[in-house]
Design a protein around this ligand. Structure first.
Ligand code: MBD
Ligand code: FE
Length: 283
């Protein structure tokens, strides 16, 4: 008999580490860092860790457990997952202080570049029997002065109805529910896909082990990821969420924002529709 392939934490973790090293995140820039900056920031990180040890009287067994866990995190390939779930939202918060237009939020570990380019009105690549509720997202990309942006790219990715991302789970075809939609002359787009579902951080890896040990929950609310970019404009990295959905007010990654929550309309035929416009600032 054959067993259904069940994706594991190491499928996702190792793939996220490999994809980060291959440069899907380097595209977002890496710091040219001075000695002074390293001294300031790393000194502050170490000071904060030392303060926690003193304030909470951390013991030798706890220190060794932490060391073992950090080694597991690296060996399991889960540094991208862990950092994007627990740290990235604050980096984004700082970046957002100098950003106009549509609010951004975290990138997360599962972006893959070079997906299929699609026209302004298109369906995301999906399996013939792709499970889930049909969802059509339409809208317009504009600049901060209200002018439509033609030829803008919406680089989108989401999970499938079983909760996994293509490229990070062996049972999904490459490129499934990923694509780059290019706006028409009027800046408009219409993307047909399925409703994303809540995402569970893998429970069988070190990040999941930590979450369980701390008594937290491992869930993100359902979300569609987008990079919205156009020449001479600043790229927005963001996500869209769904009002009333589970975990919208309790995201393990603290990455929701009120302006990014949709309330899709359910049509008589059982499909869902949303309108959302994106506003880009100039470079
Ligand atoms: C995700 O799908 C995600 O969006 C983030 C930020 C972290 C882990 C998994
Ligand atoms: Fe995600």
């Amino acid at each position: 008999t054959t067993m259904k392939q069940s994706p594991t934490a190491s499928d996702a973790g190792s793939s996220a580490t490999a994809s980060f090293r291959a440069g899907s995140a380097a595209a977002f820039g890496e710091a040219q860092t001075s000695t002074e900056r390293v001294n300031t920031v790393v000194r502050a990180v170490l000071d904060a860790v030392h303060a926690v040890i003193r304030d909470h009287q951390v013991t030798y067994p706890e220190f060794q457990a932490a060391k073992r866990w950090l080694m597991d995190l690296g060996e399991g390939g889960e540094w991208p997952l862990f950092l994007d779930v627990f740290v990235e939202h604050v980096v984004e918060e700082v970046a957002a202080r100098s950003q106009q237009g549509t609010p951004g939020t975290i990138l997360g570990p599962y972006y893959l570049p070079d997906q299929k380019r699609l026209p302004a009105v298109a369906a995301l690549p999906a399996r013939p029997d792709e499970p889930g509720s049909t969802w059509v997202l339409s809208g317009q990309v504009r600049d901060v002065d209200g002018n439509p942006v033609a030829g803008a790219e919406l680089d989108v990715w989401q999970n499938s109805a079983d909760g996994f991302y293509s490229g990070f789970a062996p049972h999904l075809p490459d490129g499934n529910l990923r694509g780059v939609i290019v706006t028409g002359d009027d800046g408009r787009f219409e993307i047909t896909t399925i409703l994303p579902v809540p995402y569970q951080v893998p429970t069988d890896g070190p990040t999941g082990e930590l979450i369980a040990a701390a008594g937290w929950h491992p869930w993100r609310p359902a979300h569609l990821h987008l990079l919205v970019r156009a020449s001479e404009h600043r790229t927005i990295t963001t996500q869209l969420y769904f009002s009333g959905g589970r975990y919208v007010d309790d995201d393990v990654a603290h990455a929701t924002k009120a302006e990014l929550i949709l309330d899709p309309e359910k049509l008589p035929d059982g499909t869902y529709r949303s309108e959302y416009d994106f506003v880009l600032e100039r470079d």
